[in-house]
Design a protein around this ligand. Structure first.
Ligand SMILES: [Fe+2]
Length: 281
């Protein structure tokens, strides 16, 4: 295995490994520790079949079901896909899921600990995925701000009344299964114990025991702070890239800046998470 850091704190590219083959226990342990440290791992040249992708993702933990069943492969229900063919076009612009920084399914009681994509077809330009390090963003806050926000919690719903983006419309049966959850504003990573901001402006419905105006101003302030370029790794996709990210350590954002005539298709797997814990005061 050859490891190349992608930024000083976030992201590592791992080459000289073939994820279509089983890995040893030692390699698995090494990969999991790299994942805990760098939060985004990029494996180039891994043109995996859906079955191989399932086995590769399982290196990092057990898998969870895809929330939106209509975007899953019939033979591999744990493998979802992002395809340009399913995206609505409004005024010539593709309506892409995930086009603002967020962490996946934050309204779940047990949000997915990780999300992974394999690029099957990629347009000639655009469609990058951006990641920001919300551990470093927390570390850089003032002591006063840290003390204030580690006590706070937010309600996460399917779609916030102030959401900057609209979400996939679900069937009534799917909606009935969608939970609402109170999550800490600052979470502690279960393995590294590093604190991280936990933000999702599309799903956060205010802050518990705080007036709306002050709550949304605080959420916005933290969002603006944590999405600064200095916290970012921007991934430019190549066919065969496998990328996995830790939803408890980064936020991510999709980009719809590619030619809607070109085909973009990625497989997607979510990994099971556990209830999130706040930072002990
Ligand atoms: Fe996402």
């Amino acid at each position: 295995m050859f490891i190349k850091k992608l930024t000083p704190t976030l992201g590592a590219e791992i080459s000289e490994i073939d994820l279509s083959l089983p890995v040893t226990n030692q390699e698995k342990y090494h990969l999991k520790s790299l994942f805990a440290e760098y939060a985004v791992l990029v494996f180039p040249n891994q043109p995996l079949t859906p079955g191989q992708f399932v086995r590769a993702a399982e290196i990092f933990g057990p898998l969870m079901e895809q929330q939106i069943k209509k975007f899953t492969l019939s033979d591999y229900p744990l493998v979802g896909y992002n395809s340009t063919k399913d995206l609505p076009l409004i005024n010539g612009k593709l309506q892409v899921r995930g086009e603002n920084f967020h962490t996946d399914h934050s309204n779940d009681l047990e949000p997915p600990m990780a999300t992974s994509l394999v690029a099957v077809e990629i347009p000639s330009y655009g469609g990058d995925t951006q990641f920001v390090d919300v551990r470093k963003a927390f570390d850089d806050l003032s002591a006063e701000m840290k003390e204030k926000i580690i006590k706070l919690k937010s309600r996460h719903v399917h779609e916030s009344s102030r959401s900057p983006r609209s979400f996939a419309k679900l069937t009534p049966e799917e909606m009935a299964k969608i939970p609402q959850t109170i999550q800490p504003l600052v979470i502690e990573h279960p393995e590294t114990h590093r604190p991280a901001l936990y933000l999702n402006t599309g799903r956060m419905e205010g802050i518990v025991d705080m007036q709306d105006e002050a709550a949304y101003a605080l959420i916005n302030q933290l969002y603006v702070h944590s999405t600064q370029e200095k916290y970012e790794y921007r991934h430019k996709w190549r066919v065969g890239d496998l990328v996995i990210w830790d939803n408890r350590a980064v936020m991510h954002q999709a980009n719809a800046d590619y030619n809607p005539e070109e085909f973009r298709y990625l497989y997607r797997i979510m990994l099971k998470g556990a209830p999130l814990k706040g930072v002990n005061i």
